[in-house]
Design a protein around this ligand. Structure first.
Ligand code: NAD
Length: 437
């Protein structure tokens, strides 16, 4: 008999299309506000750290009128200038973020500085009465987690959102909803990697700026690949398993790019969760063939997510083990099941699978909802756009925070313990398990 969690292809498509449409609602519901936002109602924000990621976020923010940039801050003059040019509305500029925090007319601070600076900037901003958005990884040192918790608890009405933008991605939301609805059966394993083939360095024209520009290479400021890349995928595993790891074993080294860097050019880790569930992770800087992927595996199926694209693969039906069947044959190994094993696109977030059945289904579902006035139809956006929309909606309307404090803490803990496992060569246990041992 078919188990309850078994999905037929039609069921799956129905589930995915419905989930896609429904998951899109909270984020896609916002455009109605967009048209109505008077400049005086906008969230007034200051931005600290207008480097690469800062300017990416500022570019998205130019299309989000629920917020208005009134100040930017950076200690590196070329980046300060770039930030002003990117946002384009002549914000006041600062070199010292503390001066910016003194302004009473700023509601929100966004932080996209090197990792070692995050915690102090978050705490100072909360204590100055501001809502806060801080890029991942939320903090650098283990003890900073509690310090941020205390500051957040002292200012419970202020929003604190972490820049784990997958939490705002419609694609990931659909994938997680499919997991909750049983499309994968019992989820036991996540395999994830982020592979590149370059030295991860940025050009430096004046050597005095080497450490400021290439901060990722130095342990004083950076948690290396674990903090910069794995952090996103540890969070995906935490989300898929609805849990934090219990332990991690890991290795890594400076084995290829021996150029004076202090952070690893490769890391390999196994994070173990309860009931033997595991995340197997790698990030390397000397081969990009397998690029970026998360493969979430259950006993009924697999979801594979690469940048902006997700596929669902159903497991073949269980083997026949009873009865008079001559061969111990895969039950129902029909042509259509083989086709299912080729996979279905989950939800084409960014123009993938144009014209495919799923693509059309999802589009029709969204248009239909739009025609009912439930939400305004629009083409999907990059996850950071949704993340910033969510941020503004949390501040203006009290909507749930997409990536709140504890999501950021769990993620940072994974990064810190992962790096500790690399450094010590020892299995690192999460505190609860240590106490129980
Ligand atoms: N969510 C994502 O996908 C994503 C992607 C890239 C980077 N990030 C995160 O964004 C953060 C910044 O990364 P980046 O690549 O933009 O780095 P970056 O070096 O390009 O930018 C950091 C900026 O902070 C400035 N800065 C340094 N110290 C400062 C200080 N005391 N006060 C004000 N400004 C200061 C630097 O001058 C620089 O302009 C990191 O935490 C990184 O992990 C997130």
């Amino acid at each position: 008999m078919e188990k309850e969690n078994d999905l037929t292809r039609r069921d799956f498509l129905k589930t995915a299309a419905t989930v896609a449409a429904v998951s899109a609602l909270p984020v896609a519901g916002a455009p109605a506000i967009l048209a109505d936002t008077a400049p005086s109602d906008a969230v007034r924000y200051g931005f600290i750290g207008t480097g690469t990621e800062g300017c990416t976020l500022l570019r998205f923010l130019t299309t989000i009128p629920e917020g208005r940039c009134v100040a930017t801050c950076d200690i590196y003059p070329p980046n300060l200038k770039k930030g002003v040019e990117t946002i384009g509305n002549n914000p006041q500029t600062y070199e010292d973020y503390r001066q910016m925090l003194e302004r009473k007319d700023i509601d929100l601070i966004l932080i996209a500085t090197p990792l070692n600076l995050h915690a102090q900037m978050v705490i100072d901003s909360l204590n100055a009465g501001k809502h806060v958005f801080v890029e991942k990884t939320m903090y650098f040192k283990e003890e900073e987690g509690d310090a941020i918790r205390q500051a957040a608890a002292a200012h419970p009405k202020q929003v604190l959102q972490i820049g784990l933008q997958r939490r705002s991605s419609v694609l990931y939301q659909v994938a997680m909803e499919m997991i909750r609805k049983g499309a994968l059966g019992k989820v036991m394993f996540v395999r994830a990697n982020w592979h590149r083939n370059n030295n991860w360095r940025r050009p430096v024209h004046d050597p005095k700026y080497e450490r400021l520009i290439n901060w990722r290479m130095y342990r004083e400021y950076s948690g290396g690949l674990m903090a910069e890349l794995a952090s996103h995928q540890i969070d995906v595993a935490n989300w898929a398993f609805e849990a934090e790891p219990l332990s991690v074993v890991a290795t890594g080294g400076i084995d290829y790019w021996k150029d004076g860097r202090e952070t690893c050019d490769n890391i390999e880790a196994i994070f173990e969760y309860s009931e033997g569930r595991k995340l197997l992770y790698s990030s390397i800087l000397y081969n990009a063939h397998y690029d970026y992927v998360e493969q979430i595996m259950g006993d009924h199926g697999t979801i594979e997510i690469t940048v902006g694209h997700g596929m669902y693969y159903r497991e073949p039906a269980a083997k026949v083990t009873k009865g008079l069947a001559k061969e111990n044959w895969w039950a129902g190994a029909t042509v259509s099941e083989k086709a299912e094993q080729k996979g279905f696109p989950i939800f084409p977030e960014k123009g993938n699978g144009e014209g495919s059945f799923m693509d059309r289904e999802t589009r029709y579902a969204r248009r239909w909802l739009a025609s009912m006035g439930i939400y305004e139809y629009e083409e999907p956006h990059e996850p950071r756009w949704y993340e910033l929309k969510n941020l503004m909606a949390s501040i203006r309307e009290g909507k749930p925070i997409a990536a709140p404090l504890e999501v950021g803490v769990a993620d940072a803990q994974g990064v810190i313990y992962g790096n500790r496992a690399v450094d010590t060569g020892q299995k690192v246990l999460w505190p609860k398990k240590e106490a129980a041992a």
